[in-house]
Design a protein around this ligand. Structure first.
Ligand SMILES: [Zn+2]
Length: 56
């Protein structure tokens, strides 16, 4: 375990090169670096990850 929370693969390209980025002040979203899909944004990294994971 390296402390990185589980992230679902990208729902569009099935890529696993996904990670949270800060898109604005207090706004985070998970982005797929393969197809540049931006997931739903949340007020922190963990919520952005949770939102990404529920979007299948
Ligand atoms: Zn993708």
């Amino acid at each position: 375990m390296d402390g990185v929370p589980h992230l679902a693969p990208c729902p569009f390209c099935d890529g696993t090169d996904v990670g949270p980025i800060e898109i604005d002040v207090n706004a985070w979203a998970v982005v797929c670096r393969a197809c540049r899909t931006l997931g739903p944004s949340g007020p922190d990294e963990n919520l952005a990850i949770a939102l990404w994971n529920t979007r299948q």
